[in-house]
Ligand binder design. Structure first.
Ligand SMILES: [Fe+2]
Ligand SMILES: [Fe+2]
Length: 126
């Protein structure tokens, strides 16, 4: 299983602030993938805080451009937060849990940005 934590041009939503936040999250994901399980928790907590800030910024942007699917998108964010909560509460730093977390973060970053974040980009560029 490979998790290639590289931000790619195809992920761009054409909003520099949001692209930079996405890039930073990929960087953090890359760091997590090189950490020993014991070091993971701190990074995950930091990433979690950052993700919350990112969602706030992203939702503000969608509101500004009057994106019609804001509510659905907001629910997707809430869902991610719920899943992250479940994964990080009482996180036991084992190889297996660290791998699970890495995969979750990677899948989320890749799928959410490419599939869902791209929609507000397409809306503006229609
Ligand atoms: Fe995003
Ligand atoms: Fe999003």
């Amino acid at each position: 299983m490979t998790t290639d934590f590289e931000w790619k041009e195809e992920y761009s939503v054409d909003v520099p602030l949001l692209d930079n936040q996405h890039k930073y999250m990929f960087e953090q994901g890359k760091k997590i993938s090189h950490l020993q399980p014991e070091q993971t928790k701190k990074l995950v907590v930091d990433l979690y805080r950052y993700i919350m800030q990112h969602f706030t910024a992203e939702e503000a942007h969608m509101k500004e451009i009057e994106f019609p699917e804001l509510e659905e998108h907001r629910r997707l964010h809430e869902n991610i937060i719920d899943q992250l909560n479940q994964m990080t509460t009482g996180f036991e730093p084992s190889e297996r849990n660290t791998l699970k977390l890495k995969l979750f973060i990677f899948n989320w970053l890749q799928t959410h940005i490419l599939k869902h974040d791209k929609k507000y980009f397409e809306f503006v560029n229609r």
